[in-house]
Design a protein around this ligand. Structure first.
Ligand code: CP
Length: 338
């Protein structure tokens, strides 16, 4: 794909060489993301960071990534602080805000809304999550994390990957995008563990099978996570249900803790979660007793979000080769954070 000036709306835009390009640039962002070097390559540029659903990681890491490249961030959070609450259309909002920004990141509760916004925007738009549809930058950072974790174990290849996805696979946009991304690789085994009502949408299962992958579906976690490289847990997406009572029917059905991990998983199985994990007692999908498990990659995964999002900005705004020019070492305390 041509990155320069492009919207990033769906994982379907990428081919395998595009993914390699994103990962190669993400690797080059490490000195900046890890607070060893400073660059001002986006000095003067403005990111419009528009989040119409709650977010910690995506909103802050996109903003942080832009700041680390030297740009400024303007935030809109929630409909109530936007003129959308007064009836302004997405079209008008896009026409106006794209005059104030050089690139826009948007999260919206309605599937397809970020693409609708992008069609009216005069600047590149990145999808920070649109309803239950997609979360492409999350899938990129997830696969980047998988690759790094496997490299750490001495494995260089994503082909042949075995992954279990656990939880709300119907409404979980991160797993939708991740499955589409895995279709670019070969001989992947995907174990889909969900209540029958919350299984992966059939169209995505069909995409995986059409790519030649082995797809196994189960509503039981123990036993189904015994032969996987990655156990990828997800939260029940309560905000997509009619009410809390309906979400409560499923909450807490799959709880991974150290005892279950030890009993069922191979010793190197990497535990991932897009976060937030629901740590309330009635859910507790990833128990705190896993926090000292070296294979718990959830915080490395969140850290990697900054690298991947810096890479996307650098590629889309066409500054990759300028990042290192005029860079300097940092002069403040940075030990032991990464
Ligand atoms: N993974 C993710 O999308 O997290 P946030 O909702 O905190 O952005």
């Amino acid at each position: 794909m041509k990155f320069s000036g492009s919207h990033i709306l769906s994982i379907s835009q990428f081919d395998r060489s595009d993914i390699e390009r994103v990962f190669e640039v993400a690797d080059r962002m490490a000195p900046y993301a890890h607070r060893q070097r400073v660059t001002k390559v986006l000095d003067g540029a403005i990111l419009g960071n528009m989040f119409f659903e709650p977010s910690t990681r995506t909103r802050v890491s996109f903003g942080c990534a832009f700041n680390l490249l030297g740009g400024e961030v303007r935030e809109t959070t929630g409909f109530e602080t936007s003129a959308i609450a007064k009836g302004e259309s997405l079209y008008d909002t896009a026409r106006v805000l794209s005059g104030y920004s050089d690139v826009i990141v948007m999260r919206h509760p309605v599937s397809g809304s970020v693409a609708e916004f992008a069609a009216a925007s005069r600047v590149p738009v990145m999808n920070g999550g649109d309803g239950a549809n997609e979360h492409p930058s999350q899938a990129l950072l997830d696969l980047y994390t998988i690759r790094k974790e496997l490299q750490h174990q001495g494995r260089s290849d994503l082909d042949g990957l075995r992954i279990a996805m656990i939880g709300d696979l119907k409404y979980g946009r991160t797993v939708h995008s991740l499955c589409k991304l895995l279709c670019l690789y070969r001989n992947v085994t995907v174990v889909l563990i969900a209540p029958t009502e919350l299984q992966m949408p059939p169209a995505i299962v069909e995409q995986l099978r059409s790519a030649g992958h082995t797809v196994l579906e189960s509503d039981v976690m123990e036993g189904s996570i015994s032969k996987v490289d990655i156990a990828y847990s997800t939260r029940i997406q309560e905000e997509r249900f009619a009410d809390r009572a309906e979400a409560d029917l499923y909450r807490g059905r799959y709880r991974l803790n150290q005892a279950i991990y030890t009993r069922n998983c191979e010793p190197n199985t990497v535990i991932m979660h897009p976060l937030p994990r629901d740590s309330r007692s009635e859910a507790n999908e990833l128990d705190n007793d896993l926090n000292d498990n070296p294979n718990l990659a959830i915080f490395r995964q969140a850290d990697n979000g900054v690298l991947v999002r810096m890479a996307l900005f650098a590629l889309i705004l066409d500054v990759v080769e300028q990042v290192d020019k005029n860079a300097r070492d940092v002069n403040w305390y940075t030990e032991r954070r990464f």
